[in-house]
Design a protein around this ligand. Structure first.
Ligand SMILES: C[S@@+](CC[C@H](N)C(=O)[O-])C[C@H]1O[C@@H](n2cnc3c(N)ncnc32)[C@H](O)[C@@H]1O
Length: 201
C-alpha cells in the first residue's frame, strides 16, 4: 500500500512473489506500470480498498502510517484485517519519538531558482514546523509561490513509542508477531528513529 513508483513492489515481483501495488498518485502508478510488467498496479485510495482475505502479507513502508489522522489509521487497520488471509502479516514502520527530540517550532524559507521539492518551476517556499509534544505530533506547513500560483501544504506526522503503537493497534484484532528497529529487519533496540511492527491476523 502506498507503493509509489513501485521500488519495493518490483523487487518483490522479481523475487517471485505475486504482488499488487496500490497508490493514489496517478503519476507514480503510471511510472510503476511502465517499468514493471509483473506487478498488478492499482490507482486507488487504500482507505477505500475492499479486499476480503486476498493477501498473505501487506506492506506499508516509509512511515506513511503516522501521516494519517487517528480516524484514518483505524479505518486502515480494519481494511487490512479484512484484506489479509488468516495468519497473514501486516508489516509497517513509523517514526519514533526520538525524531522529535530537541525540536521546537521554527520557520524557514528558500528561493529555488531551478525548481525543487515543491515545484518544478522557480519558486519561493515559506515553511514552518509546529510540534505538539503532548500528542506526539508535528505539522509542517509550506506556502509555495511561483510566478502564477500560491499553494499551501500541511503535512501532519505522528510519532510513536513501542507502547503507544501497540496500544493503538490492539483493538484491530491484529496480534504482534515481531518488532524491529526498521523494515530491513534490524533487531529491536528501542533506540532507533523508526520502529517496524509485524502484525499477524
Ligand atoms: C512516502 S511515499 C512512500 C512510497 C513507497 N512506499 C516507498 O517507500 O518508496 C508515500 C506514498 O503513499 C501514497 N499514499 C499516501 N496516502 C495514500 C492513500 N490514502 N491511498 C493510496 N496511496 C497513498 C503516496 O501517493 C505516496 O506514493
Amino acid at each position: 500500500m502506498g507503493c509509489g513508483p513501485g521500488l519495493y513492489a518490483r523487487k518483490l515481483s522479481d523475487t517471485g512473489y505475486d504482488v499488487t501495488g496500490i497508490d493514489f498518485s496517478r503519476r507514480s502508478i503510471a511510472y510503476a506500470r511502465e517499468h514493471d510488467r509483473k506487478t498488478k498496479y492499482i490507482y486507488q485510495n487504500y482507505l477505500e480498498m475492499e479486499y476480503n482475505e486476498a493477501f498473505d502479507a501487506i506492506l506499508l513502508i516509509y512511515c506513511d502510517y503516522g501521516a494519517l489522522i487517528p480516524e484514518e489509521r483505524k479505518t486502515l487497520l480494519s481494511k487490512i484485517h479484512r484484506a489479509l488471509k488468516p495468519n497473514g502479516l501486516f508489516i509497517f514502520d513509523v517514526f519514533t519519538e526520538r525524531t522529535h527530540n530537541g525540536k521546537s517550532d521554527h520557520t524557514y524559507w528558500s528561493w529555488n531558482e531551478n525548481g525543487g521539492f515543491w515545484s518544478g518551476k522557480p519558486h519561493l517556499s515559506l515553511e514552518a514546523e509546529y510540534y505538539y509534544q503532548e500528542h506526539m505530533a508535528k505539522v509542517k506547513k509550506a506556502v509555495v509561490v511561483t510566478d502564477n500560483t500560491i499553494d499551501e501544504y500541511l503535512f501532519w506526522d505522528t510519532v510513536f513509542s513501542r507502547q503507544t503503537l501497540l496500544d493503538e493497534v490492539a483493538p484491530s484484532g491484529l496480534k504482534l508477531h515481531s518488532i524491529y528497529d526498521d523494515v530491513c529487519g534490524s533487531p529491536y533496540s528501542g533506540e532507533a528513529d523508526t520502529l517496524c511492527l509485524v502484525l499477524k491476523k
